[in-house]
Design a protein around this ligand. Structure first.
Ligand SMILES: Cc1cc2nc3c(=O)[nH]c(=O)nc-3n(C[C@H](O)[C@H](O)[C@H](O)COP(=O)(O)OP(=O)(O)OC[C@H]3O[C@@H](n4cnc5c(N)ncnc54)[C@H](O)[C@@H]3O)c2cc1C
Length: 421
């Protein structure tokens, strides 16, 4: 299980202390008089579960997890379900293991954050906090594609948990009936940049296997597959393995969509389709903007993931707007990291580090499957010197391979166990 190693975390805590401007010591002095500080975690996905488990392991704080879903579903690796090679249940887990840790779980949606009163509000409850961790993922920017909202049901994005079923239905109808399947890719930042190309390759893999008569048209707003270090292995796979299935159109922005006529207007002309997977631009959910924590994404300090607007709030995962890739692995590691920071703040064990020290940031591992048995591994490491932008380093397999495919399956199982027990 690759999270943030304890050595790295120690360095990190030292580094966080060096960032005087982002110190949380103010929070410690404002803790409520309750004997155990209250930490509220919003979002039971990758980041939220990283925070909850690390906080629970210490046994020093009262933890409330607020999440509207009954259980967890992984986006990573769920392409195998979308393309018919696995069951939805293979990517789902209940929250029983989290409940067993003594975490208070509230099955609800946070509607409002009262920063002055240090309270979050759901439809039925006001829940006070001393520290708030937000890991609320993404919402889709529907207004960027005129016509989309009217045809939402026909045009699933499927980049959030439990939405995979709608995309699976589109893919399965296309595989059976053929025709044109259109898949759009927005400009970054969006969740898991390699995921649209993985989706394209795996749909094409299924087409080949089932002899589907049709075309998968990938309409990419970018010049080449994102992130740039991944362009070569994905272009190679799309051209060499799936040249007869995929038409890859680059620098083509989706302009509007007519769900009735089934036509996508792009900067390179109109495309008629029978089935579609429209991947829209993304932003943090409205809750973040409403609370004044940022515009498109929450503005955070690195390495602490502390809100620039409010030192008692940490925003992790895909809702935060740092240049780090939007990856579940990073979200989970950031959750562990902010948990350690909160615990260190509470017990006063903050250690100063010298300015200019290099502080490691959570690592990312992403997988891009191109067949059921071949994948590309993307490993991202990053670090920051306090006050400077993060230095981000990509290591990418030069070509899809069987070792990465096996690694992806092992990684998924280890991560889900680490999150959900
Ligand atoms: C197809 C695909 C493939 C991917 N592959 C990889 C991969 O190989 N490796 C990798 O590291 N990452 C991968 N990712 C990215 C990964 O899924 C995300 O980066 C990760 O889910 C981010 O975690 P998060 O906690 O920010 O958001 P999420 O995991 O989406 O969790 C957010 C949670 O917040 C809850 N929520 C939202 N609003 C509220 C509210 N107001 N109140 C209460 N709860 C709320 C939601 O219900 C949700 O459960 C992939 C993503 C996709 C779509």
């Amino acid at each position: 299980m690759k999270g943030v190693s304890s050595n790295k975390r120690r360095t990190l805590l030292k580094g966080m202390a060096a960032a005087g401007a982002v110190s949380v010591m103010g929070c410690a002095s404002q803790l409520a008089s309750s004997s155990r500080p209250r930490v509220v975690v919003v979002g039971g996905g990758w980041g939220g579960l990283g925070a909850v488990r690390a906080l629970a392991a210490a046994g020093k704080v009262d933890i409330t997890l607020i999440e509207p879903n009954d259980g967890f579903m992984s986006c990573p690796l769920s392409i195998l379900y979308i393309t018919g090679y696995a069951q939805a249940g293979d990517f789902q887990r209940g929250y029983g293991g989290v409940d067993a840790l003594g975490v208070r779980r509230v099955k609800d949606r946070v509607l409002d954050i009262d920063r002055a009163g240090r309270t979050v509000k759901t439809a039925g409850q006001s829940i006070p906090y001393d520290f708030l961790v937000l890991s609320t993922g993404v919402e889709y920017m529907e207004e960027t594609l005129p016509g989309y909202a009217e045809a939402r049901e026909l045009l699933p994005v499927g980049f959030r948990a439990f939405e995979q079923a709608a995309v699976q239905r589109q893919v399965s109808a296309f595989i059976e009936r053929g025709g044109n399947f259109v898949l759009t890719v927005p400009k970054p930042p969006y969740r898991c940049p390699p995921a649209p190309y993985e989706r394209a390759c795996m749909i094409a893999h299924r087409m080949k296997e089932k002899g589907t008569k049709g075309k998968l048209i990938v309409v990419d707003a970018n010049k080449s597959p994102m992130p740039p270090p991944l362009a070569k292995p994905f272009v190679t796979a799309m051209k060499e393995m799936y040249g007869n299935q995929i038409e890859y159109v680059t620098e083509a922005e989706a302009k509007s969509i007519d769900g009735g006529r089934k036509v996508l207007a792009t900067s390179k002309g109109d495309i008629a389709f029978n089935h579609a997977n429209i991947i829209l631009p993304m932003r943090a959910p409205g809750l973040i903007r409403k609370a004044g924590l940022g515009e498109r994404f929450a503005a955070v300090e690195l390495p602490t993931f502390q809100s620039k607007a409010d030192k008692s709030i940490f925003v992790i995962g895909d809702s935060q707007g740092s240049p780090l890739p939007k990856s579940g692995h990073i979200a989970f590691g950031a959750g562990q990291q902010v948990a350690e920071q909160i615990l260190a703040t509470i017990n006063g064990s903050y250690k100063e580090a010298g300015l200019g020290d290099e502080v490691p940031l959570p690592t990312a591992i992403c997988w891009g499957k191109v067949t059921t048995s071949l994948a590309v591994m993307i490993n991202v490491t990053s670090s920051i010197s306090v006050g400077d932008p993060p230095r981000i380093k990509f290591e990418v397999d030069p070509a899809a391979n069987a070792t990465a495919s096996k690694g992806a399956a092992d990684w998924g199982r280890d991560m889900w166990n680490a999150m959900l027990g």
